[in-house]
Design a binder for this molecule. Structure first.
Ligand SMILES: [Zn+2]
Ligand SMILES: [Zn+2]
Length: 209
């Protein structure tokens, strides 16, 4: 497997997109043909470098350039951001380019959950605790990182526990239950335990360490 095609020559090269612009109005044509470096900042905001440095807020439909809002027109920076998102070259609002915390693959990941779609567990998944080997069932996956999740009845976060040393402190928290050692209680009645996501292994995955 190669990641070469995902590795740009420089982090944010200024480049034109160069389609057939003959049928576009001038402002749209500039959004396509002018070299611009666009970078997602999170929260629906984007840094656009083209001549000057501007910031686009896509959900708000605003840009910091003098042209923004002129006669109700969308400036070329706003248009460029929309074009690049549509082409899949730029992270849409709510996502950022990041390496999946579990598999390391680069993708546009949810801002609050640095895991790709393949690696994110869902409620009901059977997973194995890498530390104890226990088979557990996912009750809930949260956006909260392990170092911000206070364990009920304590003043410690999930990341503070020694058994979680070595797992990323910003791992999203996964709550699991132990359905195989609790008799015949319904899942919803079982006590939940919070883990950093990467401490839990897919039951089908091989243990390599
Ligand atoms: Zn602008
Ligand atoms: Zn992944």
């Amino acid at each position: 497997m190669t990641h070469l095609e995902h590795t740009p020559a420089s982090p944010n090269p200024k480049r034109p997109l160069a389609p057939d612009t003959s049928r576009l109005d001038p402002r749209s044509a500039r959004a396509w043909t002018e070299p611009m470096a666009v970078r997602a900042l999170g929260g629906g905001r984007y840094a656009v470098a083209s001549g000057g440095d501007y910031e686009v807020d896509l959900p708000a439909g605003t840009c910091t350039c003098p042209d923004s809002g002129y006669r109700g027109e969308r400036c070329k920076h706003l248009r460029r951001v929309a074009v690049e998102i549509t082409r899949g070259d730029l992270a849409p609002p709510g996502r950022l380019p990041d390496a999946c915390a579990a598999c390391g693959r680069e993708a546009f990941l949810p801002e609050a959950l640095a895991l790709c779609d393949d690696c994110r567990y869902e409620a009901g998944d059977a997973v194995r605790d890498r530390e104890t080997g226990d088979l557990v069932v996912v009750a809930a996956v949260h956006d909260t990182p392990a170092d911000e999740w206070l364990v009920a009845g304590t003043d410690r976060t999930v990341a503070d526990y020694e058994t979680n040393d070595g797992y990323p402190t910003d791992d999203p928290v996964v709550e699991v239950v132990y359905p195989f050692s609790a008799g015949r209680k319904p899942l919803a009645d079982l006590k939940r335990y919070a883990f950093p996501h990467s401490r839990l292994a897919d039951v089908n995955a091989q243990f390599v360490d």
